[in-house]
Design a protein around this ligand. Sequence first.
Ligand code: F3S
Length: 396
Amino acid sequence: MHLTNEEEKVLAGERGEVPARSMRLLVKLGDIYGAERMIPVGSAQVAGVSYKSIGDPGRDFLEDYARLGAKVRVPTFLNPAGMDIEDWEGLRFPKRFAEQQLRIMEAFRKMGIIMSASCTPYLAGNLPRFGEHIAWSESSAVSFANSVIGARTNREGGPSALAAAICGVTPDYGYHRDENRHPHFQVNVSAGLGFSSDYGALGWFVGKVVKDKIPHFTGLPEDAGTDELKALGAAMAASGAVALYHAEGLTPEARWARKEDLQTVDFGDRELEETYAKLSPAKDPDLVVIGCPHASMKEIARVAALVDGKHLKRPLWVCTSRVMKEAARRMGFAAIIEKAGGRIVADTCMVVAPIEEMGFKTTGVNSGKAASYLPGHCKQGVMYGRIEDLVEAASK
Ligand code: F3S
């Protein structure tokens, strides 16, 4: 790899131990994937934040980095943590867990990382521009940034995103390069899609087929918006490892992506129905969670309208970023949801929170990504449904 003079100095340890370690990791990655140079990144987003995911070894690693004076050089945001950082007691998160999570957050804060723990940084203060190189690690955010915005990032791991944040660069390979952004599959959608959960089901189905390749969609409704596209990308990133998709008329690179020799996938009403059935083996959830990826203001408003005047019998969480939670409070949506018995939960989600330790066994979701992960990561039975079905289930 060709390094600039400054990058050579960082590698040689002239800028300190942590930058040298970080640059070594980036050079190694670049060598493995055949990068010829480093490229500057506009922002980083670091996964591996929840104590549930990283445990004591991850906490010790981060505290060690902070003690050694690690500092990020570009705006850096965090993936969801294991709990609502400000309201963990009210939500009854275990105290021992909370103590460890707070130590992790403090280590990140010392490094200069922005204390926003969300999988939708693009809705909460970090919106990259088209073509901008970034180093993000949350798979659903990677998909959204690459596909819907047209920014450029690989699916970084937590350590490589942190290394990029500390050095301000990432190796130039994979999705950073034009030649790797063309589709391999043509997905013809004829199913009638209306709800976010329909897009989640489509994404789950397609991710299983295409795995880590790039699909190009035709037939998606032309009014598919941010919420629908984030649900689609998140599910494909979870059931497969899709980091980039194109959708005719909806995503910016679809028009000039090369569409030759593509394998074909069809998704009609039958596939939609069968996917719902597969994703929903359980009924009667003891917890209902909306907001995977983290809920937008539009989604929070929708939940508020649906629960207004109801008395929920089971816990209902709306997971979102701190920014959205605060705005929802000001708009009065939080009060409506709380009056019905639900909660707006910031900084975390049902997958990275210790919900199994909190006694929950079956979770109701409208997210293809959550439905993929909950059985394995959280030992949950899953009810998969439209937002209306979930509110009804929480009311029984
Ligand atoms: Fe976000 Fe958690 Fe879903 S990180 S994408 S809400 S599994």
